[in-house]
Design a protein. Sequence first.
Length: 330
Amino acid sequence: MPTNLRDYLATTEAEPALSDLIVTVVETCSEISALVRRGALGEVLGALESENVQGEVQKKLDVISNDMLLQRCAASPALVAMASEEMDDIHPVRAAGPKGGYLLLFDPLDGSSNIDVNVSIGTIFSVLPAPKADMPRPAVLADFLQKGRAQVAAGYVVYGPQTTLVLTLGEGVNAFTLDPDTGDWLQTGAAITIPAETKEYAINASNMRHWAPAVRGYVETCLAGETGPRGKNFNMRWIASMVADVHRIMMRGGVFLYPWDKREPDRAGKLRLMYEANPMSLLVEQAGGAAFDGRGPILDAEVTDLHQRISVMLGSRAEVAHIERLHQGA
């Protein structure tokens, strides 16, 4: 009988309070999964008239998933505050004090442009330590502005043909699959390792004319195939759901690129550092891969804003190293 999530967490060195928070997040994802499966039958498809802090039109399921995570996770006793891609500001839960606690960040429904077309979407989450305070005080924005290496846990749940959790506590990566009959999360992958070499890359090639020379040059050499300088044929994959694209890489290797482009020259990239890039980078590094932002490791990037954006290139270590060399030579 496979190990369930609770039993697995009991075998780790995670504090019980952290384990409780992770279980709460994941059990909420079970409820989100049920809504995703219902689709149009549950009247959760379609867009709202509102926009999120990023200026993006919100889907009904974005808002529903966000509210569910806020409500369910607030009951976790060690949770001090939350932040979501869908909200302008942090969401304090209880006072920070001498015992510390945890901060939770999440993208409630990644890949939401795919909701209405029945393509895999998911939830991404990150857990940071809450700073300890001599006297109880409310959480503040500055508490969240920690580098990615400070994360004590990160994971994602992909809602696809199976509902799968991929989780790290900072010591390797494990996978769990939701049993639809019992509601249990059963371990289906241990010590996941991303192959160092790959012949697959994921990028939105329609934006090629906007990329920096290093990224454009990388894709051109991949397209050249075995007669080009790389001497091998590559396949391109692009789902437009970071959870789904990264999950494929976790399972069989590859690289995912969502780089800076010249349409928004003052922005470092498109994806959100705190809700997408940092948790995915921790997972990828813990699985033996690498994550690069065009300058250095994503997990070492300075954090200046809750909704900071960044360029993302992550996946198989040897391929990311090749992309780094192209940037260094540009």
